[in-house]
Write a protein that binds this ligand. Sequence first.
Ligand code: SF4
Length: 323
Amino acid sequence: MSAAVARPDLGAYRRFVVAFSGGKDSLAALLHLLNLGVPAHAIELHHHDVDGGGPSLMDWPCTLGYVRAIAAHFGTALYVSWREGGFARELARTAEPTAPVMFETPTGIGTAGGNGPLGTRGLFPQTSPDLRVRWCSPALKIDVLAAAIRNQPRFLEGRSLVVTGERAEESSTRARYAPFERHRTSTLTRSVDHWRPVHDWSEQEVWAAVERSGVRPHPAYVLGWGRLSCRTCIFGSPDQWATVRLLFPVAFQRVQAREALSGKTIHRAFDVAALADRGRPFAAALDHPDALAQAEDEIWRLPIVMAPWRLPAGAFGDTAGPP
Ligand code: SF4
């Protein structure tokens, strides 16, 4: 690793809450914890289902299955959480409160919220680093994890360390994140810290760690994406939209239909068709039928360990995604 990131005293924590998207950076963060000797039984992966368990509008259908396979491989717990109805319900919200958060717990499914002020969305989140207008990240991920922590009494017992995989190299916004700080859910009675263990890692270091683990990269990388965001992320580049239109025409049309319904485009200046017209599908998109079939399949079917391991086509490529 390059310059040392302040490492918290890992022995001080009872549990390690890894916000786990299934992307290479959260995977590298998990691998780093394991390499530092954190026992798998103390680690819990938390995955946020952006589509809220409903039909896929935004996310890759295979991502939840992929994340489950990784948790099973390493022997960690996995807790899935979501906002009821996901992205689609929040987008369609009309004079209603934001939907409640649902979260898996060791003993069942908890719920929180759903009784906030009435409000109306109707518009896609704006492609901005400002989370007040880019509503998908807080509503469907950040606030969901916070609700899961705040509403489980077990987090009052012993200290918790939230671990996330943001890297400074990804954007100027992420470069300003602190490698270590108190987590937003921490209070006088609930001790929660937040560590970004790969904050100063290069992409090269991340892929090297994934290669050492042998874990198969998410199909998105194999098909040419450089980052794992939602499949139809609002920050999609022209090449990403061209690839979605080529490989996943139904998913592409679903977003087009939402644009038509709202009368507003996903991007400030262009609709998704215009974006796709400006791009070219990734060169690798049609070369990997196994990854393509898996990408559309909610059931994870490929071996989670890849032998021999191969660097995916998307590595060091298109880096469009949330800043
Ligand atoms: S990946 Fe993109 S679309 Fe999905 S929640 Fe994040 S910013 Fe929004």
